[in-house]
Design a protein. Structure first.
Length: 299
């Protein structure tokens, strides 16, 4: 095994961690993979013998790459385009659940949190993700965001307040989540408007992201309030009756995947609290759906 192979093996030991860091920073699985690949390219062009802490070095590199990508989005006035934006979901089969262990820790950041992270300034997001989610010291984050350690601490603190104030509470028990989601699906199929109202929070928000090219009834939209969301769900009735929908884990919580013949047409994640659905996130953008990792969902 030559030096390049040894370096590649060492890098692979950190790939999962780096992907998790980049995903939280970017909310995009494709861009996260690009950021990780860029980190590998930078490593392969560096003198690895001079790197004392490879994991820390790679995390810093990924942080810088992600910051550049977030700033580039801002300059181009790109995503999030508006309130309809839904981050790329991480989908896993229910069979991966192990009651003896914490479920899918690497993927457990919820869509609701990712939506809030999209509202942060790029430097705030980097500081918050690296410090609060991955315990990177402020002294190590400061050079990435080009601030002093004290200023970096303030960035993270400001982001923390915004996240705490905007992120909805969630029901952690998957069994209770399933009861609520099953009730929603049953009411939708039956066209039972009152049953839908009973399972939806009065202030529920539905975000449907169909991408920039879809128009008409299926276009991206934000719907607020139980009555309006229930009316939208009734449109779901015919669709649900003639489609094989699968319950899956979406970012560590229960959701619904529509993927006939293995080709995803939509994925829905939900936030549930106090026995009701408070947030609904539907990704139906054909281009982004085509890039989703459906590993383990073939059966």
């Amino acid at each position: 095994m030559n030096d390049t192979d040894l370096l590649a093996r060492r890098f692979e030991e950190h790939r999962g961690h780096l992907r998790a860091v980049a995903y939280r920073m970017l909310g995009s699985t494709a861009e996260a993979e690009d950021a990780v690949q860029e980190a590998w390219l930078k490593l392969s062009r560096s003198d690895a013998d001079d790197i004392d802490n490879l994991g820390g070095w790679l995390t810093t590199v990924v942080g810088r790459v992600c910051l550049d990508m977030l700033r580039s989005r801002t300059r181009r006035h790109e995503e999030p385009l508006d309130d309809t934006y839904v981050p790329d979901p991480v989908i896993r089969p229910l069979s991966t659940i192990d009651p003896e262990q914490e479920v899918l820790q690497a993927d457990s950041v919820g869509l609701a949190l990712l939506v809030v992270l999209e509202t942060l300034d790029p430097a705030e997001r980097i500081a918050f993700v690296l410090h609060d989610m991955f315990a990177v010291p402020f002294d190590d984050i400061a050079p990435i965001v080009e601030r002093t350690s004290a200023a970096t601490r303030q960035l993270a603190s400001r982001a923390r307040r915004r996240v705490k104030g905007a992120t909805p509470s969630t029901e952690p028990d998957l069994g209770r989540q399933r009861q609520v989601l099953d009730a929603f699906m049953a009411a939708s199929r039956a066209g039972d408007f009152e049953a839908l109202l009973a399972v939806l929070d009065p202030d529920v928000v539905l975000r449907a992201d169909s991408g920039p090219l879809v128009r008409g009834v299926a276009a991206s939209k934000v719907v607020r309030g139980a009555k309006s969301v229930a009316e939208q769900a009734l449109l779901f009735r015919q669709f649900a009756q003639h489609t094989q929908l699968a319950l899956v884990l979406v970012n560590g919580m229960l959701g619904v995947l529509n993927a006939p013949e293995g080709k995803p047409q939509s994925v829905m994640g939900v936030t549930i609290a106090d026995g009701r659905i408070t947030e609904m996130y539907i990704l139906a953008d054909p281009e982004r759906l085509g890039r989703l990792d459906l590993t383990g969902l073939e059966d």
